[in-house]
Design a protein around this ligand. Sequence first.
Ligand SMILES: C[S@@+](CC[C@H](N)C(=O)[O-])C[C@H]1O[C@@H](n2cnc3c(N)ncnc32)[C@H](O)[C@@H]1O
Length: 475
Amino acid sequence: MSICVDVIASVLRENRYVQTFAVDVAPGGGHVSIKATFDPRKMRIEHPAYPALKARRLQRWARVFDAFGQNEVQNEESPFASWNSSYTGRPLPAEEMQVWLNSTISRIAALNAKSVLEIGCGSGLLLERLAPTCREYVGIDSSPLSIKSAESRLRTFLQENSHVHLHACAAEELPRLGLGTFDLIVLNSVVQYFPDADYLRSLLAALRTMLNERGSIFLGDVRHLGLLRAFRAGIAKANGPGEITVGEFRRKLDRSVEEERELLLDPRFFHTLSGQHGQFSRVMVSLKRGLCDNELTKYRYDVVLCTDEHPIRDRIVDEIHRGFDRDAIAASLKCAEPHAVAVRDIGNARVALEVSELARIASSEAKDICNQVIGSTQVPVAQHPEALHQLGASFGYDVRIDWSTCNRVDRMDAIFSNAGPAYATVQHIEPPTSAITENEPLAADMRVQLEKELRLAIEPTDFRLEFELRPCGTA
Ligand SMILES: C[S@@+](CC[C@H](N)C(=O)[O-])C[C@H]1O[C@@H](n2cnc3c(N)ncnc32)[C@H](O)[C@@H]1O
């Protein structure tokens, strides 16, 4: 059996994607277990099977949304029939979805575009509200049945609005449509279904060339990478972690983070798209609006990417506050002159407690009981984002709220402006390049691929081989 271990170790050592490994032979032989980590980023860039895995994932999402499209055709009176809660699996409450839809519409409408390309338009929820004030509106979607659902749901609307065109077409196939240029390109609740961040990067580079001079790109509902663990922990908690130990809870959480199949991005991913080498002159990230704290408002955000010539100009921030002091901020907002005030590093009440609980779980002993650790976490001092909007409105200010420039996921920065939309920006305190800003949605598929290849190379004949392969460098 010692020869067998040497052979296995050399196969693992020579594999370019395996990072660390340990081989364990059960007493008496006959059973070998391997624990190893692998590098999914390297596999994405170098592995010859990756393009096929990626194509398969794109097709799989198209099939998933085809099923949703069919469901929508059968449930025409309920436009949110396919929006299900990750906590319960049941549809999200219609009134919460209505708030989500209305606030998304008003964000996009504020960009005042006359020609719009919407990528991933689904059943046309946004289109039917936005298209009437446009000169041209093109919607594409990779799911043919979603396009069919939009055509059937909006039959009369489409007859009356001949400037609206729909195409069953995936984002990467856009060139085949031979479209012109647009004031605005919308991707709402779509990028999470992209196979990796490079797909988004190259799409954005292509879309940049399809923008009119004063154009912009709106990316809505982007899932926040830094909050993935908090989101997953919240789901586990809602389903009752029970009397399990902290060690077990952490292992469960690690697995569910590694198995994540959607693309999640840190807001810093977008900030790197502007600046000296960026394609966009302004990147505006905003927390979602709404009083209801659900998975859409807590863990997602919207982004607007502007070209140089875009009419929304940066405003100079006149005053910067550090931390939330209502009286001091109110005194600053009393100024009647055109004025912009930044308030940095405010606790975000939507996620502050969950993030604190997670920190306690991370620092507790593995044998501690999870429920007790969670139950004894103190509620942090924090503000609700909507309370900041209300404060601004009471003094006649627009407010834009971004994740904090101090790069803590439970903190936010607010910019109050009384001279038009609050699009002023503040410099990031930490350079955006220092962190992992994207996950690898195909990591689980790569794990299966790598295990298959390692098994073939090791060729177990007289023993049983068990693998525990885990991606390294995940969030
Ligand atoms: C959650 S729905 C959002 C629909 C719509 N944007 C909205 O906000 O109501 C996501 C849509 O994106 C589409 N989609 C996903 N990946 C795509 C891709 N690579 N190219 C084009 N459409 C895609 C799906 O088919 C689906 O209809």
